[in-house]
Design a protein around this ligand. Structure first.
Ligand code: UD1
Length: 431
């Protein structure tokens, strides 16, 4: 892992960011489409691909599967799948990125067998894969776990359509995996209690353009008619803007910007955050693909409680940035994390910065504001909290050092240059 860190000079009471910030393509939308390339006879051209470290992991997985990834421009690629083959998922890449599990669906659907290690990624909870294993069994696969790897095989090499009801909980990547598995399975697959995130709708829309038959996008029940390999026929996958990045900059703007325009975004994907911040008193102006925000009313912001929820509820990926917002608002609020049991672990660091937070249990924290944060040395524990620490460091007084920025680079493109452009004093230093 690269030993790089950010050194950030906090804005303290000045709080004077201004200008325009452009949103990158969505990490969570492009990764499943990259996995879906395994379903294609020819390949996929994709644009608005973010330049993030997770792409290096995808390349490593592709190499093991015989897929070529040609860069066409700064943000566009052609994924050539003409020589795709089954194989073992690259161990290092799978252990560094939880989303690697999404490859299991298309690989099993196309080749009927697969070997992979338990996927890794951010340490934000136990992150089991039981939904995946149960679902594959329903579609006719058997699996065993030995030598720390999963060996999955499908009788007759062809998955069978099945009714899969996600009883335990709603999972984004499990929904995506079984959409892709269903596309090449024999017969009909019905998925119930699925996730409805915009990234999933974007995946379904593209697969349908290329020959898939998936009904119900954006609803809790999906019906997939299995068929032949897909063909892109010149259709380009145009990646959607990253709503989590958009939301993080919106929160930063509400706290620290005299005038910020967030461009190339889709405000419709962030309704819950925008409504929450507007009710709190933040000045927000919305356009079709931009959001303008400033902190002029910051002395009068009101508190609110947050409970994370599957889309269209409040995203768990914005839980840490919104908690930092709440440290800057007069009054008390409750933050209730309902998706990942390890996602409030970072609050100790904020307390050390001067925040007044009480952790009742792993899932609930009360935040008392307003507190003045003081810069300090922080270890970014995961992608989202890593970026939340950048926000905390900018809000704070004095200097902060953020270590482990590999995690931030995993999900955010060129973050320091974009922040410098709006006036932030942030520098990348190689140890
Ligand atoms: C995706 C997002 C991530 C976001 C999360 C929730 C991607 C690449 N990542 O992650 O940014 O934070 O959705 O919005 O899109 N679970 C099980 N068994 C399983 C699978 C999941 O118990 O087999 C649990 C998880 O531990 C978690 C919950 O289900 O508690 C939801 O997780 P899930 O929606 O699967 O998150 P990811 O898809 O990993």
């Amino acid at each position: 892992m690269e030993k790089e860190k950010f050194i950030i000079q906090g804005l303290g009471k000045e709080k004077s960011l201004s200008g325009k910030i452009k949103i990158s393509g969505s990490k969570n939308a492009v990764l499943p489409v990259m996995a879906a390339s395994v379903l294609f006879e020819d390949g996929i051209k994709m644009t608005n691909v973010p330049l993030i470290k997770d792409l290096d992991r995808i390349k490593e997985i592709y190499e093991g599967l015989g897929i070529k990834m040609d860069k066409l421009s700064n943000d566009s690629y052609f994924i050539n799948t003409k020589k795709v083959r089954s194989g073992e998922m690259d161990e290092k890449a799978s252990k560094m990125m939880r989303a690697s599990i999404i490859f299991a669906g298309p690989i099993l659907a196309r080749f009927g067998e697969l070997v992979f290690p338990h996927p890794g990624g951010c340490v934000i909870g136990a992150r089991p894969i039981d939904l995946f294993l149960e679902g594959f069994e329903k579609m006719g696969a058997t699996w065993e776990h030995k030598n720390e790897k999963y060996y999955i095989k499908v009788k007759g090499k062809k998955l069978k359509g099945a009714n899969i009801f996600f009883k335990k909980l709603i999972s984004v990547t499990a929904t995506e995996t079984f959409i892709m598995a269903g596309v090449l399975a024999e017969g009909k697959t019905v998925l119930s209690n699925v996730a409805m995130e915009p990234e999933i709708i974007s995946l379904i829309d593209y697969l349908n353009k290329c020959g898939a038959k998936i009904k119900g996008a954006g609803t809790p029940v999906l019906e997939i008619k299995g068929g032949d390999l897909l063909k892109s026929n010149g259709f380009v996958y145009e990646n959607i803007p990253d709503r989590i990045e958009t939301g993080s900059f919106l929160i930063l703007g509400a706290l620290c910007a005299s005038d910020l325009e967030i461009c190339n975004c889709d405000p419709f994907h962030l309704e819950v955050l925008i409504e929450t911040l507007k009710d709190s008193g933040v000045n927000i102006e919305l356009g079709k693909n931009y959001i303008k925000v400033n902190n002029k009313n910051k002395e009068n912001y009101k508190t609110f409680d947050i409970k994370t929820h599957e889309y269209p509820g409040f995203p768990t990926d914005l839980q840490s940035p919104i908690l930092i917002y709440l440290t800057q608002v007069n009054g008390e609020s409750l933050v209730f994390e309902t998706i990942f049991e390890g996602r409030l672990n970072y609050v100790d660091d904020l307390i050390k910065m001067g925040a007044d937070i009480k952790l009742w249990d792993a899932l609930r924290a009360t935040v008392k504001g307003k507190t003045y944060l003081k810069g300090r040395e922080l270890d970014g524990p995961d992608i989202r909290t890593g970026f939340a620490f950048v926000i905390a460091a900018l809000v704070a007084e004095n200097e902060s050092i953020i270590n482990n920025i590999y995690y931030i680079d995993r999900g955010y493109e060129n973050i320091e240059n974009r922040l410098q452009a709006i006036g932030a004093n942030i520098e990348r230093v190689i140890n």
